[in-house]
Design a protein around this ligand. Sequence first.
Ligand SMILES: NC(=O)c1ccc[n+]([C@@H]2O[C@H](COP(=O)([O-])OP(=O)(O)OC[C@H]3O[C@@H](n4cnc5c(N)ncnc54)[C@H](O)[C@@H]3O)[C@@H](O)[C@H]2O)c1
Length: 258
Amino acid sequence: MSKLEVDLSGRVAVVSGGSSGMGAAVVARLAASGAGVVVGGRDEARARAVVDSAVAAGGRAVPVIGNITESATADLLVASALEEFGRVDIVVSAAGVVHRADAIGTDDEQWRHVMAVNVDGPFFLSRAAIPALRDSGGGSIVNISSTCGLVGASGLAAYCASKGAVSNLTRAMALDHAAEGIRINAVCPGAVETPMLATGHPSGRTIDDVRASNLASIPEGRIPDASEVADLVLFLASDSSRHLTGVNLSIDGGYTAQ
Ligand SMILES: NC(=O)c1ccc[n+]([C@@H]2O[C@H](COP(=O)([O-])OP(=O)(O)OC[C@H]3O[C@@H](n4cnc5c(N)ncnc54)[C@H](O)[C@@H]3O)[C@@H](O)[C@H]2O)c1
């Protein structure tokens, strides 16, 4: 399959959730395009493996371990980019969690955890990065939201609330920082083949059941892999999308067109 080619030489990116799934695919594409990348993750071994693979392919990357629900982690990700690479141009919030339940099946702790990772995380990271992006003369923030940020989905109450929040946070921040040359967009994937797709389903529901029910609702009739979302993130991170800000781009095989 052909890949989007962009030149990010001299640029520096910070990616939360960079040690798995879409975040790891984004790290690989950013590093291969010439950007220095700070790989945020919670698991040192997994983050190190993603960094090693980017470096083996000729890229520049460093791991930074921390919990994105704490603003100090967001501050550390940005400070590490400045220390290692001297600037920040691109920020990708890919860290996320899902809780698969309706409101009644979501206790206080589960609600707060989903909101903390999926909403506080992108908020903390954007807030930490904006001064550095200003110093770079502008830049691009890309939040990984979801089709659940654009439309409702049953059995995903807290997740839909969190993704709706990050999709609209994206629009609001885009307005605040457009005149500074800081573009802020979100991508809204439908089902994607990552570890999350298989996570948190009621017992007895196999990954084949999950895939079959997703496929039945996707007009294109296929579930993409993480690299397809990474291509869209790369486009939004690059100057090719220079007049594009405040948008939530769905990448869902037609799911939200229905
Ligand atoms: N897979 C899908 O079908 C799908 C669809 C739409 C949107 N998304 C969104 O895409 C993003 C990436 O998810 P993925 O599918 O690659 O799943 P994934 O589980 O492979 O990756 C999620 C990443 O988030 C990290 N993370 C979770 N909690 C964290 C915390 N407290 N601090 C720091 N990092 C934390 C995990 O360590 C992991 O690296 C998420 O925001 C998810 O909600 C996923």
